[in-house]
Design a protein around this ligand. Structure first.
Ligand SMILES: [Fe+2]
Ligand SMILES: [Fe+2]
Length: 377
């Protein structure tokens, strides 16, 4: 759909050519609705939500219902959507059941029928039987903005009010699941830099948020952190002062202290404020959308349950040959092993007070796990 009027509620019925939704045969439950965004600069603030690794089941439905309760302007899904490809290696030997896609949409329909879901591509979306990149199934099921060089592969950029957003395909830089490693032949990196430069040059945009499946930084060892993202993309996140990077892939919640040049710049506890201009980029892993949980090598530490967290923690990364290396890091500030989502409340600049984003993480019952304010100097 295009040419929609800003700040307007639309009602719709899914039907067929020639079907009259006002005529007989339409039940009230068939009528969906959604509200379009206010025109840029006209909004009074908004909330968006995010998680990855949802799958299908009790916890997946619970985090989905939590989205509905928050009534966000949009929801970001950081990949590993239905797990129809259960194997997730992107190879033809993976176990695959296409019917899980149907269950996924039935589960999420009550929320996704009124709130836009903006997906990033995970390793479980590589379905090697469908297209050279394995994304034929994604292209058939999702339409995303087509402003990158290749259409509907999960690489796209958009804006909502004063926030610029970029979705990346982490399979392009993933050394331990290399089915699509380097498949863009450097094009994604070039496109990323041009998008970051354009968004930062836009005076109507206060914050730049990047979302992708794989973790640039994480201390969860199940899937580790991506050396490819650290080497290829983190220097660009530094250069363009990206405010927030959201990912999934590790089925836990983790927030870093602000990082620049691979190092923590200062300790930011729950409740504190980060200044991305001075401090660097905050990285959040929110992979507790519903899939089976992973674990951390160090004790959980989160709002109201802080544990001693002054020592370094081991991070595992794969190198290009697939060998694991362990590196000690100090930036793992909040760790929570449980189902959760991230809710970001965006407030525009008013009466001399700068714009801010309050990034909250919530358990599936709505209890707060973490809270940090992002405000640029
Ligand atoms: Fe996953
Ligand atoms: Fe994953």
């Amino acid at each position: 759909m295009d040419q929609l009027i800003p700040d307007t509620t639309y009602y719709y019925v899914v039907g067929r050519q020639g079907h009259d939704p006002a005529g007989q045969g339409t039940r009230l439950g068939d009528v969906g609705s959604f509200r379009t965004a206010p025109a840029p600069g006209r909004g009074a603030g908004f909330t968006f939500t995010a998680f990855g690794d949802q799958g299908i089941g009790y916890n997946a439905a619970a985090t989905g219902n939590l989205i509905a309760g928050l009534d966000p302007a949009f929801h970001l899904h950081m990949g590993d959507l239905s797990y129809a490809n259960a194997g997730g290696s992107g190879k033809t030997g993976d176990a695959y059941d296409a019917r899980l896609w149907d269950s996924f949409f039935v589960q999420n329909d009550p929320v996704a029928s009124r709130t836009p879901w903006m997906p990033a591509i995970g390793n479980h979306e590589m379905e090697p039987w469908y297209g050279a990149d394995g994304y034929g199934g994604m292209r058939a099921r999702f339409t995303t903005p087509d402003n990158a060089w290749n259409q509907s592969t999960g690489i796209y950029s958009w804006r909502y009010q004063n926030v610029g957003l970029i979705s990346l395909d982490g399979n392009d830089v993933c050394y331990n699941t290399p089915a699509n490693l380097d498949y863009t032949k450097g094009k994604q990196k070039k496109w990323l830099e041009s998008r970051l430069a354009a968004l930062r040059a836009d005076t109507g945009i206060d914050f730049v948020v990047v979302y992708l499946h794989q973790c640039t930084y994480s201390t969860c060892h199940d899937n580790g952190a991506e050396l490819g993202a650290q080497q290829d993309w983190a220097p660009l996140f530094d250069k363009y002062q990206v405010d927030l990077v959201l990912s999934g892939h590790n089925h836990v919640y983790e927030r870093t202290d602000p990082i620049r040049a691979g190092k923590a710049t200062r300790k930011v506890a729950s409740g504190d404020t980060v200044d991305p201009v001075k401090d660097g980029t905050t990285y959040v892993v929110a992979g507790g959308g519903g899939g089976g949980l992973y674990s951390f090598p160090a004790a959980d530490t989160y709002l109201g349950h802080e544990t001693a967290n002054d020592k370094s923690v081991p991070m595992v990364v794969s190198d290009r040959s697939g060998h694991n290396q362990t590196v000690k890091v100090t930036w793992s500030r909040v760790r929570y092993t449980g189902y959760c989502l991230v809710a970001v409340d965006v407030t525009p600049a008013v009466a001399g007070r700068p714009a801010r984003m309050e990034v909250r993480s919530l358990m599936e019952d709505g209890t707060a796990v973490d809270r940090v304010t992002v405000q640029r100097s």
